[in-house]
Write a protein of this length. Structure first.
Length: 198
């Protein structure tokens, strides 16, 4: 078993992914289910919903994203992001992150606090998932395509996979074997990020 800090270090944004893995997609899903049972949520609200796509479903999803985004993004942004979209189709699968708006509505909060808790719940689910994938030697990257429930940007995804209308898409992590590792990254001093005051 890897040490926690090693898993944290190994979790990087990996864009060049493939379909090889020592784990079946069913084993990956089972691991994610186990992890999600222990992800903290505000008031134990458990509002996050994950949908794992593989095979044809994964390809259909990224074809939709490609078709939509090529007409939405500026040319410069399209040049930057289109390889990410194309590369995502080459992976083993994609985790879609949703927040169930019906579950969110049951939290004993309102207004901005509800929105903050919803985003925190999803962020916890995303990071825990990413760490779990890294622990299984799988690479991935966090993406935010076609998000926007109020504007209807994610409605086509719900329709494509027959998901409840209450599901609001927050993010995606395409994942797979690591074809090309991430480059070294610069980090600012730990003392800047974490301060000790006595």
């Amino acid at each position: 078993m890897k040490k926690f800090i090693d898993v944290v270090k190994n979790r990087r944004s990996i864009y060049a992914i493939g379909k090889e893995s020592e784990y079946s997609i069913e084993q990956i899903v089972e691991r994610l289910r186990e992890v999600q049972n222990h992800v903290p949520t505000a008031f134990n609200s458990q509002t996050s919903r994950l949908v794992v796509l593989s095979g044809e479903a994964n390809e259909k999803f990224w074809e939709l994203i490609y078709t939509v985004q090529k007409d939405v993004l500026s040319q410069d942004m399209w040049d930057y992001m289109s390889p990410v979209i194309v590369g995502a189709k080459e992976g083993l699968g994609t985790v879609l992150f949703f927040e169930d708006r019906e579950a969110v509505a049951t939290m004993p909060t309102q207004g901005q606090r509800t929105e903050a808790y919803k985003q925190n719940n999803s962020a916890n689910a995303q990071y825990a998932t990413w760490l779990a994938l890294a622990e299984m030697n799988l690479g991935g990257s966090l993406q935010h395509f076609n998000i926007g429930y109020e504007q209807g940007f994610d409605s086509a995804v719900r329709e494509m996979f027959d998901l409840p209308n209450s599901f609001e898409m927050i993010a995606q992590i395409p994942f797979g074997s690591i074809v090309q590792p991430a480059a070294e990254k610069e980090v600012i001093a730990g003392e800047e990020k974490v301060r000790l005051i006595k």
